[in-house]
Design a binder for this molecule. Sequence first.
Ligand code: ZN
Length: 161
Amino acid sequence: MVIDSLEFARRQDCLSGHLRLGALQRLNDVLFDADGHLDYQIAGEMAGNNAFLKLRIGGPLRLTCQRCLGPMEFDLEVSNQVMLIESGAPWPEDGQFGGLEDETCDAIEASRELDLLPLLEEEIILALPIAPRHEACQPPAEADLSRSVSPFAQLARLKRQ
Ligand SMILES: [Zn+2]
């Protein structure tokens, strides 16, 4: 997945397909498991003299809950654009479109051999919650503790089944 980024934008090319989760090494560190895939779409676009890549990535993920360490379903939906800066051209300043504080548009250096996989992976990781947690769950240590102090609770649970 390597493109000539400026050409891609000028031609208003479009690429789409599936991303296998197992192929995304950095993302795997935060996933509960790496089964499945995400859908992605990349579209080149020009606005005046500026070249952009519009990125859309979506699909279900299973994150690891930071409290109970169990799986947590998360519907990923990324919609972002990246401004391509030609090497040597001025970088957008803070506060400008595409600048550091702009959450709707990142800037990257244009490349004739832009590898899309790390770019997509970065966008996915940025879109994840920092500390994913179920709305209500128990840390595993506490769950074990309550079981050991109250054998009757466990018995009652068995009877109900
Ligand atoms: Zn949990």
